[in-house]
Ligand binder design. Sequence first.
Ligand code: NOJ
Length: 749
Amino acid sequence: MTLRPLFRTLLPILLSFTAGMARAETADIERRLDALMAQMTLEEKVGQLNILSGETLATGPVTFKGDHATEIRAGRIGAMLNVVGVNSTRQYQALARQSRLKIPLLFGQDVIHGYATTFPIPLAEAASWDLPAIERSARVAATEAASAGIHWTFAPMVDIARDPRWGRVMEGAGEDPYLGSRIAAARVRGFQGRGLGELDAVMACVKHFAAYGAAVGGRDYNSVDMSERQLFETYLPPFKAAAEAGAATFMNSFNDLNGVPATGNRHLQRDILKGQWGFTGFVVSDWGSMGEMVTHGYVKDDKAAAEASILAGSDMDMESQVYGKHLAELVKEGRVPMATLDDAVRRVLRKKFELGLFDDADRFADAARERSTVGRPEFRQAAREMAAKSIVLLKSDGRTLPLSPRLKTIAFIGPMVKPARGNRGGWSVSVPGHDADRETVSQWQGLAERAKANGTRLLYAKGADMMGSDRSGFAEAVRVARQADVVVVSVGESWDWSAEAKSRSDIGLPGVQEDLVKALHATGKPLVVLLSAGRPMVFDWIAEHVPNVAYTWWLGSEAGHAIADVLYGDHNPSARLPISFPRSVGQIPVYYNHFNTGRPATDGKQEEFKSGYIDSPNAPRFAFGHGLSYTSFAYAGLRLSTTRLGARDTLTVSLDVRNTGERAGDEVVQLYLRDRVASVVRPVKELKDFQRVHLAPGEVRTVSFQVDRDKLSFFNDKLQWVAEPGEFDLMVGAASDDIRLSARFELLE
Ligand code: NOJ
């Protein structure tokens, strides 16, 4: 009682004290930076802008033929990637100590969904719509990676993707700029924790700047051509949110945007990122993307590539080696101002200071901390919870799931059941001293443990391979299925079929897996299909005929446990699709926040002269925001604080959500808006907020949202962020295609 007022008095003093300390620290860093810059030769400056991959692991085409040790000692390498573990990072850092100025190296790594403890792929985590959980996942990844000497993760990938043919859809948060922005910020907070310099924080690297996800035809590295308005409205918001969350670095992208490769794109990097958004960190190129500007046909040779890149604002050269070869010369020739080079170098060195590397280059690389941190049991637990939160229940007959503990026999069938590797997906790190496959709980292991505890017999048949046309295992699978009370079949995409350079033209279930499901379905046994993949697949027959379907993505180290948790109902599913699932490849791109057009089609109706297909509905198979639970929720009592909103007012929207089923569960209540008439046409629906509520059976909770001017604003044709007076539709629902309550309000002049 007495503490509170005291705290209130002390808080501002404390805050101004810490702000003062931060200012002093910044001033100190700038002083040290000035002193260091003054000692550096032109070549040493250029060296700081060069990042090369270590010798043992490559995540791109290696072209470097020299000797890393010689280059580091000569001060020609400022950062490295693909150097994993305390032992290795210490060895390289020791070489840097032999260089004239002893400038420490930075170690970056693609820690995309966990380090040794693998979490679900980012698209799967996005399906959780659970921001604290996503932040925690990034926190765990950072804690493990930082303890192993890594300073910097090449994540989060925040590319909006509306084309599931693109293999990299797995690395992002799906199709929606609002959800994508919230998740981007959560991941940055998770990676950077309490701030750079903390021993459990790594620098985030927001990628790929920009519009990489809109590659034509879903082909990786491909071109993008889009209006500036679409860029700002759809593709840039997650980048901006990540920058605002304090992301230390950005990575540019392979694609050309409106004819200018992103790496040489001054408009993106200088005008928008470093200009409008005031980004003070550094930008690294993507692997070889500077040199590739020659292949793009944008510059004539490597020297011109170096010039175009640095002038455009790309600070660090990953693997092209064009800076190392040409930048010093370009400065001497006066083609690149020294001030431009200095700015890039200062941006990089500043981060090394902030990380505390000049005080102790090995401060992150501590073998004892690495041993006691990597793979901690509580991290495994977090991975298990995250994985369970990522599983989307797409269909349920309300009887088969959750599985009853009293079942006598379950048949667990399919090529995804036994192998552990498949569950880790692409971009999982090989950590020295860890056998990732052995440390991954297979689906079989997870379900077998649980079945055994219940006294249920678990039978197995593989049925088919993931690929190929061999049907010889079908008969055995059907025989096994006939002996069971329930059949769970697990099929999907091989772990190396989604990720970088893994675009597909046919995103159906590979091989004869769908036929296997058909054969099992024909037994008439209660059937559950689990689908594991890195992208939305097309599985129309299954979606149409199988009554119980769950999307299990690639769930990471704890996949098997998490799947058992959901199948048995220990975890009531609450995930929602962060991306539309098409019925066919021909529907792509399909996304919920499309415009109405002048001739909107009505699905299910045969209409002439409408914007649709004659052979397919427009609606996707499963819509953005869709996902079921083992319980049900009712929405009622929509209340708006006003239906006539003043220009500076905030609208409060409330409603009551009731758990009408018999199990406790989480509902993700989604708020969508539509601006009915505007100076540029607006989408039929845009997600503007969401809330996760946990409700006991029968419990009612009031959910409230605030709609301010920002939520009503958009980029007009002059790219001004404006809210125009007029009518808005407000929709609240359980999915973009499951609106439960709606109202209209007016924004006044
Ligand atoms: C190329 C990828 O596009 C990028 O995302 C990744 O971080 C780098 N390679 C480094 O592995």
